[in-house]
Design a binder for this molecule. Structure first.
Ligand code: HEC
Ligand code: HEC
Length: 384
């Protein structure tokens, strides 16, 4: 009898403990009941190059990952950063304009997010102050940017970022995540912004065939034979031809710095999309008409995954993008000199079909399949 009671008590205890455990990270969203599926040991994020290595960065990034995918960051618990920045599209969106809070559309195309600090090793955090963010470069500090999606830039419906800590503290899973990351359970706006920034910075993409090719190249003198040697076994003849067209013939590299993926504030260009501007881009921010129609030069890493293209998602395919450069450049007021001929008219590159296919084939070598499948960057919320 005693034995039965003890057994019963143990069974009961196990059931109670199990159900408590089971419910500790559950939460109800408009999509249903979700729970967090995080690995028991923290993933090994890579920060060696970003100035974050000495911090408790793995735990901070893990917290940032949860925040990034948590719909509670929007007013109606329906939109998360991950709704518009989709891992499968290298953290871009696959529609021209993304849907935010209450079905409102964004004014511009969601850019892909990877290598925000560039590919080059950046040894101190101050370099973060240098990156132009958003299509018009209106933000240069990543931690400030984080509060913008939540409060205004893309309609997550929350007007006051400072109201988030109390909202989030009602959720069961955050106290442990904040404690692991910052040593205590306190939730502050600054910590939220910091953690999401650290997660985003950890999204580094450097395992495409192009990256492997570029790595080989840096260790050699760059000549046509060293380029051919570096391409051996990595790029097809067509892809290599595309690389040469990109870097030499059409000088795409003059604006798209594919070897560093790093851009400064001055990298705002007008590529002649419209003769009459629909969106003034950088000019909206600086108030200088000379900046009208200029937009940030996008990184081309994973470009084959992040269609549609341009700040307004006007081109559905890379084919259409090449057609623009080939014969579609408009005579816009601030058209970039790289894209005018000697008489100052819009350049007619007249890219023939062979060259077009080679350029596209080359752009496709920049796809890094690791980034889109890496569980470290995946949505940790699972629907029950
Ligand atoms: C409703 C869709 C949507 C949501 C939700 C959203 N974003 Fe964005 N994001 C965009 C769009 C659109 C842009 C470009 C806006 C512009 O340039 O004017 C952008 C730009 C960015 C950029 C700049 C990238 C660059 O290279 O310039 C970052 C970083 C970013 N978002 C991170 C986030 C984070 C973090 C969250 C969650 C807190 C978030 N976004 C939520 C759509 C969204
Ligand atoms: C004068 C600088 C400049 C040159 C030269 C240039 N680009 Fe661009 N490129 C840009 C800018 C700026 C954008 C974004 C424009 C916008 O959305 O308003 C862009 C956009 C793109 C995009 C779309 C990326 C995305 O994520 O939306 C692709 C692809 C591209 N360029 C490829 C090329 C190729 C291929 C060449 C050479 C034939 C080239 N570019 C030459 C500046 C340049």
């Amino acid at each position: 009898m005693k034995k039965t009671i003890t057994t019963l008590a143990i069974v009961l205890l196990v059931v109670v403990v199990y159900s408590c455990k089971k419910h500790s990270d559950e939460t109800t969203l408009t999509t249903g009941t979700v729970y967090l599926d995080l690995p028991p040991t923290v993933d090994n994020y890579h920060f060696a190059d970003s100035g974050f290595a000495s911090r408790n960065s793995n735990y901070v990034a893990t917290l940032g990952r949860v925040l990034f995918y948590d719909s509670h960051l929007s007013l109606n618990n329906a939109i998360s950063c991950g709704s518009c920045h989709k891992q499968s599209a290298s953290f871009a969106d696959n529609v021209a304009f993304s849907t935010g809070y209450e079905g409102r559309l964004t004014k511009r195309n969601s850019p892909m997010i990877a290598n925000l600090l560039g590919d080059q090793p950046r040894s101190n955090v101050k370099s973060m102050n240098m990156i132009p963010l958003f299509w018009d470069g209106r933000e240069i500090l990543l931690t400030n940017l984080i509060s913008r999606p939540v409060t205004n830039h893309v309609e997550m419906g929350i007007d006051d970022f400072n109201s988030l800590p109390s909202k989030l503290s009602a959720l069961p899973y955050y106290s442990a995540l904040f404690k692991n990351a910052y040593g205590d359970t306190q939730i502050t706006s600054q910590r939220i912004a910091d953690a999401v920034s650290v997660f985003i910075i950890s999204i580094q993409s450097n395992n495409s065939r192009f990256d492997l090719f570029a790595k080989r190249l840096t260790s050699n003198m760059i000549t046509s034979s060293s380029i051919a040697a570096a391409a051996t076994g990595l790029l097809t003849t067509q892809e290599l031809a595309g690389f040469n067209l990109f870097t030499n013939t059409y000088n795409c590299e003059g604006c798209h710095h594919i070897f560093t993926n790093f851009y400064s504030i001055s990298d705002m260009r007008d590529i002649g999309l419209d003769a009459v501007y629909v969106d003034n881009g950088s000019g909206t921010i600086t108030g200088d008409t000379y900046d009208n129609g200029k937009f940030k030069v996008p990184k081309l890493k994973n470009v084959a995954l992040s269609a549609p293209y341009m700040h307004d998602g006007r081109y559905k395919t890379l084919d259409e993008v090449i057609d623009h450069y080939s014969h579609g450049i408009q005579n816009s007021p601030n058209l970039d000199r790289e894209l005018t001929d000697s008489a100052g008219h819009p350049m007619q590159m007249n890219i023939n079909d062979n060259n077009k296919q080679a350029l596209i084939a080359f752009l496709q070598t920049m796809t890094d399949f690791d980034v889109v499948s890496d569980p470290k960057f995946a949505n940790p919320f699972k629907v029950k």
